[in-house]
Design a protein around this ligand. Structure first.
Ligand SMILES: Nc1nc2c(c(=O)[nH]1)N(C=O)[C@@H](CNc1ccc(C(=O)N[C@@H](CCC(=O)O)C(=O)O)cc1)CN2
Ligand SMILES: Nc1ncnc2c1ncn2[C@@H]1O[C@H](COP(=O)(O)OP(=O)(O)OP(=O)(O)O)[C@@H](O)[C@H]1O
Length: 206
């Protein structure tokens, strides 16, 4: 087996991830806030119009991730059920219901506080309207570059096997929606169905 291609792709992706992280950190606070206020309004509008289960997944932002906590609080107040990931061994994850007051515990593998509660597997995704998926970059064919752990790739593979999977929509800053070819998309990479930015929802043909 020729492993050199794999290595160079890994190396390339590592460098792209560092660059994407640096670009995120360089956004000023007003830009971060105003983009995510606009983005949040689009997601909220989509949920109010389309949610059958009134349930969705999201992430609790850490570091320079999109600041969506006010949005999550607002949706919770409107009666939406919100599930967030909890890291499990072997780069797997399950989901736990998040409420504003829930007890939190630091993940053993990531600098992320996660809610304590019943751990739900991928079958629970049959009862959510949309998974809001974190990403560093999304291309306009739905390719996704995440944090590099493969957590979402593993999970989404199973979610897609459900009889009626939820919508899979990423949430990124505006400059993180890029043309195809800007980062490598591999066989195991799960594409998303669309992406929310401050411009609204962009859906990808599949
Ligand atoms: N908010 C949020 N929660 C999430 C994700 C995410 O992208 N965002 N994940 C999406 O998959 C999963 C966890 N992702 C992880 C992210 C970072 C590391 C980690 O090891 N971080 C170290 C080292 C980073 C590095 O090696 O470059 C660190 O940040 O110090 C582990 C898991 C589930 N929960
Ligand atoms: N379905 C899968 N089963 C087993 N391993 C997988 C699967 N999907 C991805 N991987 C492995 O996970 C590693 C990381 O994948 P990738 O670089 O695409 O992560 P990512 O999507 O950016 O990360 P994340 O989903 O955690 O944000 C890869 O080396 C890949 O081999």
């Amino acid at each position: 087996m020729d492993t050199s291609a794999t290595f160079s792709s890994d190396q390339h992706k590592h460098e792209l991830r560092l660059a994407a992280r640096a670009a995120r950190k360089n956004l000023t606070a007003p830009v971060r806030e105003s983009q995510m206020q606009a983005t949040s309004a689009h997601i909220a509008e989509w949920l109010r119009a389309n949610a059958e289960f009134k349930a969705f997944t999201a992430v609790l932002p850490y570091s320079s991730e999109p600041p969506l906590l006010p949005f999550l609080q607002e949706m919770h107040a409107e009666g939406f059920r919100i599930l967030v990931p909890v890291t499990e061994p072997d780069r797997r994850m399950s989901f736990v219901e998040w409420t504003p007051g829930v007890a939190m515990e630091r993940s053993p593998v990531a600098p992320i506080d996660e809610p304590v509660g019943e751990r739900l597997d991928f079958t629970e995704m049959g009862r959510v309207d949309v998974m809001l998926i974190p990403a560093q970059l999304i291309d306009t064919s739905g390719g996704r570059m995440g944090q590099g752990g493969g957590y979402y790739d593993r999970f989404l593979e199973k979610v897609r096997s459900l009889p009626s999977p939820p919508k899979l929509y990423a949430v990124v800053f505006d400059h993180e929606l890029v043309a195809p070819g800007m980062f490598p998309v591999e066989a195991f990479d799960q594409r998303v169905d669309g992406v929310f930015t401050s411009a609204g929802l962009t859906r990808f043909d599949r």
